[in-house]
Design a protein around this ligand. Structure first.
Ligand SMILES: Nc1ncnc2c1ncn2[C@@H]1O[C@H](COP(=O)(O)OP(=O)(O)O)[C@@H](O)[C@H]1O
Ligand SMILES: [Mg+2]
Length: 283
């Protein structure tokens, strides 16, 4: 581990921190000189993202935070292939990201599920559509039902579920396609505190057990610190990367069963630094 990174963390703010995230060496996605302009009312140019440059390494759990309207969802939409950068390029495994495909799975705050179908049918939908034989996708569905803790609810219909359960379905339905990267846009933003903690714990465990690469957008600093292996902060509109730091609370929660880590001084320091960084932006 880079000896200096913790000291660097407490250096005066103002400069961009970017420290190599030790242990993650295999580049998966590269984002180079990306700018994104929308056309607003009366043809006015709106710059949503400005000069974004960073790589995503296989197995990282990147949390992106930043004030509302700073371009977080725009960044995710570019990675998903929903929209193209105005300039710059985005590549996955050295290939330009063009259009939507199941190699990049997306989980939204309000998951688009088939309300009238059962949990099981929603989860098996992807592999079924891709022509995977029935016995195989049924077996896979059982595995993913278990991973997200929904085995007992397999035959319930979506409209019968709570918000937290719907998010579990959405995550299983995405993961079953074995995407290279899981893109999550404030997935737990609408859930109550307790449910939220449960799905956070589940997401962390899935990340740990499957080594999936995750890019997770949140406006909640604590959530970012409790889940991520790296936290990226975007400036207020137009979004630029103003902070990029490795964190290990999530790993320690798993490896050391450090359930109370969020009450430690170290955690407060990170939290304070990131909060200050965001508040500077909104002041
Ligand atoms: N389709 C669009 N047309 C014009 N402006 C947009 C569009 N989508 C987003 N924007 C603007 O781009 C900026 C970034 O939006 P967004 O990525 O949704 O931010 P965030 O997810 O961080 O809240 C905002 O100022 C928003 O108003
Ligand atoms: Mg958003």
């Amino acid at each position: 581990m880079n000896q200096n990174w913790k000291e660097q963390l407490y250096e005066p703010m103002g400069e961009l921190l970017s420290v190599h995230n030790i242990g993650y060496d295999e580049e998966l996605i590269s984002i180079q000189d990306v700018n994104l302009h929308y056309t607003g009312q009366a043809g006015k140019k709106i710059t949503a993202l400005e000069n974004i440059n960073f790589n995503i390494y296989r197995g990282e759990f990147i949390c992106v935070i930043g004030p509302s309207g700073c371009g977080k969802s725009t960044l995710l939409k570019i990675l998903a292939g929903f929209i193209k950068p105005s300039t710059g390029k985005v590549e996955l495994d050295g290939k330009k990201i063009e259009g939507v495909d199941w190699h990049r799975g997306v989980v939204f705050q309000n998951p688009p599920l088939y309300e009238w179908l059962t949990v099981r049918k929603n989860i098996s939908f992807g592999p079924k559509m891709r022509g995977i034989p029935k016995a195989e996708y049924e077996e896979l569905t059982d595995q993913y039902l278990e991973k997200v803790g929904l085995t007992e609810f397999a035959d319930k219909r979506i409209y019968e579920l709570s918000g937290g359960m719907k998010q579990r379905v959405s995550i299983a339905r995405t993961l079953i396609n074995d995407p290279e990267v899981l893109l999550m846009d404030e997935p737990f933003g609408a859930l109550d505190a307790l449910t939220r903690e449960n799905v956070q714990d589940m997401t962390r465990k899935i990340w740990w057990d499957t080594n999936k690469t995750i890019l997770f957008i949140t406006h909640d600093v604590e959530e970012a610190l409790l889940l991520g292996s790296r936290v990226i902060v975007l400036s207020k509109h137009p979004g630029r990367v103003i902070e990029d730091i490795p964190v290990n609370f999530s790993r320690r929660i798993i490896e050391e069963n450090a359930k109370d880590i969020k009450f430690t001084e170290e955690f407060y320091k990170y939290r304070e630094r990131l909060l200050r960084r965001i508040h500077e932006q909104t002041a």
